[in-house]
Design a protein around this ligand. Structure first.
Ligand SMILES: C[S@@+](CC[C@H](N)C(=O)[O-])C[C@H]1O[C@@H](n2cnc3c(N)ncnc32)[C@H](O)[C@@H]1O
Length: 269
């Protein structure tokens, strides 16, 4: 008799996040550039820093970190996004894997970033981040802040076309951004000097169709597409954006993103 074991959950992430890897890399990820630049700055990323980016996606943040002189490593659950990250940064150590079992020894990194990759639904991920940081090492984790109060909330609205359990899961993820919640999680994992800053975040698109195509390349969009079909998703997203068109200006969606900053205990300040 043969027994089969179901593959772990993280290996299914690629189904949604990897299916349009080239579009995610070239249409969606560049829209996050303000966030990457601001976080690298506030982290004081510099020459000689050994950096790990957790849930690195297609690796644009890693490429920018290398421009500051950091030695870069990354990990993501999606092999198709990791393929793009490796293509962008051939010298970086980019691996396919799970953020809950980082394949590096203890104290391997001076700094760890995660751009909207660690969530309320991954409460044990900070333990692994702390393990791979040197004493005194810095961590920066970004999450959506107060989305409903953000002028660009409309740009995330089509994700709610997903089935009810997925929408509830999205809400549980975003809960990490509520005041005090992310801070408490990092403190529970032994991090010190925990604080939050708001970082600039604005998506821009030339027209509603490009916005819809861009959004469709993301993981949460895949959940919505599974529920209503791709044509209905694109139609709904295009309609949402059509109401925001401004003569002679790009569509612009400013969304609050918060960055949780902390240090591993020990080391020199
Ligand atoms: C919101 S995207 C962020 C990607 C990238 N950091 C960026 O700024 O665009 C979330 C990422 O988390 C990855 N991911 C989801 N679950 C994961 C896990 N358990 N371990 C590692 N990566 C994971 C997805 O493949 C996806 O690339």
């Amino acid at each position: 008799m043969t027994t089969t074991t179901a593959p772990p959950d993280w290996t299914r992430v690629d189904t949604g996040w990897g299916r349009r890897a080239a579009e995610f890399a070239s249409l969606s990820e560049p829209g996050n550039c303000r966030e990457y630049v601001a976080v690298h700055h506030v982290l004081g990323l510099d020459h000689g820093d050994r950096l790990l980016d957790v849930a690195c996606g297609a690796g644009l943040a890693l490429e920018l970190a290398a421009l500051r002189g950091a030695t870069c490593a990354g990990i993501d659950a999606s092999p198709r996004l990791v393929a793009v990250a490796r293509d962008r940064s051939p010298g970086a150590d980019v691996r396919v894997g799970d953020m809950h079992a980082l394949p590096w020894p203890d104290a391997s990194f001076d700094a760890v970033t995660s751009f909207r990759g660690v969530w309320g639904t991954t409460p044990e991920a900070p333990a692994e981040i702390r393990r791979v940081l040197v004493p005194g090492g810095r961590v920066a984790i970004t999450v959506w802040g107060h989305v409903k109060a953000s002028p660009g909330a409309w740009a995330l609205a089509p994700f709610r076309l997903a089935a009810e359990p997925q929408v509830a899961h999205q809400a549980a993820m975003v809960a990490l951004g509520r005041p005090g919640i992310g801070e408490a999680l990092l403190a529970r994992h032994g991090f010190v000097d925990v604080r939050r800053v708001v970082v600039p975040f604005a998506w821009e698109f030339p027209d509603p169709a490009t916005y819809a195509r861009t959004l469709a390349s993301t993981g949460p969009a895949y959940e919505a597409i599974e529920a209503v079909g791709e044509a209905a998703f694109l139609r709904s997203a295009t309609d949402v954006a059509a109401a925001r068109v401004r003569d002679g200006l790009p569509l612009r969606a400013e969304i609050e993103v918060v960055c949780l900053l902390a240090r591993a205990p020990g080391g020199d300040r």
